[in-house]
Design a protein around this ligand. Structure first.
Ligand code: HEC
Length: 150
């Protein structure tokens, strides 16, 4: 009887000890985001989206990674003319105004948006006037604009 109890207690202690070890290890492996960033720091400064990383201007947008969506690009600049009709721009959602333009094919619309274009109704500035936009960002904005205008 006396023996059995001791053995059971030993077993319990062993299990508890094991559990404690596992818990400790788990804690070591996870940690807060700051701790993880700290551990990664020697590899390179880690700046995640949404973090304030010292206020340095972001590097020029790369076509793949940080590319903005069509609606983001549209709303950042294209809307100045294509939502208001300013400068003679065909308005977003005006199906009649876009029918003939769409008939030219998307490649022409992309080229006119990237290189700029002077037509019968006005001047479409190259990249909407923002030279920092990548080709893919301009194309995405064109897609967004014409999809809302068919
Ligand atoms: C300063 C005003 C202005 C801004 C900003 C602007 N556009 Fe335009 N856009 C025009 C005008 C004006 C036309 C019509 C030109 C014509 O046909 O005479 C036009 C035409 C177009 C066309 C049709 C081209 C064709 O071949 O018929 C597309 C597509 C287009 N814009 C996309 C965009 C996109 C995408 C942006 C934002 C990146 C943008 N525009 C920003 C003024 C603007």
């Amino acid at each position: 009887m006396e023996h059995k109890t001791t053995r059971r207690m030993l077993a319990m202690a062993a299990i508890l000890g094991l559990g404690g070890l596992v818990a400790l290890q788990a804690q070591a492996r996870t940690g807060t985001a700051e701790e993880i960033a700290e551990r990664l720091r020697p590899v390179g400064e880690l700046c995640l989206q949404g973090m304030d990383c010292g206020g340095a201007p972001a590097p020029a947008p790369v076509a793949s990674a940080g590319a903005r969506s069509g609606s983001d690009v549209y709303n950042s600049i294209c809307m100045a003319c294509h939502t208001t009709g300013a400068a003679g721009a065909p308005m977003k959602g005006d199906v009649a105004a876009w029918a003939d333009r769409l008939a030219q094919g998307m490649d022409t619309l992309y080229a006119h948006s990237i290189d700029g274009f002077i037509g019968n109704s006005g001047v479409m500035p190259a990249r909407g006037g923002n030279p920092n936009l990548s080709d893919d960002e301009v194309k995405a904005a064109v897609d967004y604009l014409v999809d809302a205008s068919r």
